[in-house]
Design a protein around this ligand. Structure first.
Ligand SMILES: [Zn+2]
Ligand SMILES: [Zn+2]
Length: 243
């Protein structure tokens, strides 16, 4: 587009920043959406995923072997994309480099994932995966909370699920150590405990790696009476959940 055409487009939408031309973060074309339609179609294919833990599985499979052996506390888990380029780059900028303007485009990516609209419509409450105070102080914001607020404004309760213990990053740790690390890491705020009983809850997280934290958080919510507990994550690694 020629500069004058761009200028005219800007002048036509002086109040709507979202209508302003921008550059696609992935293919670098512009004017385009921050995550353009072509890149979403190319890099976010709809994989068949385990209904309980969102692990990529062959077409026609509903539940993975690990979840059949030991059903996880979450009734459902939906993931938008696999944790690989370009999503690792986009989510890294959003999560670690303070580019919170990506919350909207990333929430839209999750909302376009099959099953997510239905899960959001059915949920009474959305709870973001909490960060420890230490990590929140380091980073300044909780990306999962930004995401949850975009998905269902008005139904988000950021303070009900608490991370009461700081846990080191789980990636690369052996299974037994992952489980030990997260055991008892979450608690429901005692003031909210009675209000979770029988409520349909969605836990929202940005990246699900081993699944150990998500499982522990979902188990904590189930123990407080939330039923069912579903999980929405932006990106999922391709390794099985820790059982
Ligand atoms: Zn693009
Ligand atoms: Zn599974």
């Amino acid at each position: 587009m020629r500069p004058m055409t761009l200028l005219r487009a800007w002048l036509r939408h002086p109040a709507g920043a979202s209508a302003w031309p921008s550059q696609c973060l992935i293919c670098r074309r512009w004017p385009a959406q921050t995550l353009c339609a072509e890149c979403r179609a190319r890099f976010a294919p709809q994989l068949t995923r385990c209904q309980r833990c969102a692990l990529a599985v062959p077409a026609g499979v509903a539940v993975c072997g690990a979840c059949l052996r030991e059903p996880p506390p979450m009734a459902q888990c939906l993931a938008a994309v696999s944790w690989q380029w370009p999503w690792s780059m986009c989510i890294g900028r959003w999560k670690f480099e303070g580019d919170t303007g990506l919350s909207g485009p990333l929430a839209a990516l999750l909302q376009a994932t099959p099953g997510v609209a239905e899960a959001l419509a059915a949920a009474e409450l959305l709870l973001p995966m909490p960060m420890s105070d230490q990590r929140l102080a380091e980073r300044g914001y909780n990306p999962a909370l930004l995401l949850a607020r975009r998905l269902a404004p008005g139904r988000v309760q950021p303070g009900w699920l608490l991370r009461t213990r700081h846990t080191p990053p789980q990636r690369g740790l052996p299974r037994a150590e992952r489980l030990r690390n997260v055991r008892g890491a979450f608690q429901v705020d005692p003031l909210a405990a009675g209000r979770l009983r029988g409520r349909r809850v969605l836990l929202v997280d940005d990246v699900m790696t081993t699944g150990a934290s998500v499982r522990e958080a979902a188990a904590t919510l189930r123990a407080a009476g939330a039923d069912p507990v579903g999980v929405l994550v932006l990106a999922r690694t391709d390794e099985p959940t820790t059982h």
